[in-house]
Design a protein around this ligand. Sequence first.
Ligand SMILES: [Zn+2]
Length: 160
Amino acid sequence: MPTVLETSGNAIGLGCFSTEQVAWQVLRSFLKKSEQMSLDSASIVIWDIDVIGHDAMTELTNLVVRECPVCQRKTMWFDLDQYSAICYGTACSAWIEENLHEKDIIDCGFPPTQYLKQTKSIDEAITELTNLGNKIRSAGEDVTNSMYNQTDVSQAISND
Ligand SMILES: [Zn+2]
């Protein structure tokens, strides 16, 4: 069962699904609306049928939303258990993820400009992405403009 919490404290239940995969799909497509809503957190929980109380509940994932360091909208969803984050804002999709092979490395990226960087911590990754967002803005590009030309942004960033 995926559930989303609004900043008002109101919980939005997204339904009850037979597999984890479908629950994730439903949650992901809902999170694309983050920029139009005032959301705070999201979770996916499994309930065992016919079991009373808290023992019946297993929390699969717990996400919180923060301001995206690149596009500056409140659309970056952090999974603190997994050291990962992704921005669901239109035309952004900046991400942070623990490196699959090296535990102490945190990767971050910004697909529209094929930006990719390895860092040592989540904080460092956020700083790198913030710098990237500032560079894009100072190059006169609007990160949130879905019509922007990707090559122009790549050139603006590599030319300094
Ligand atoms: Zn973003």
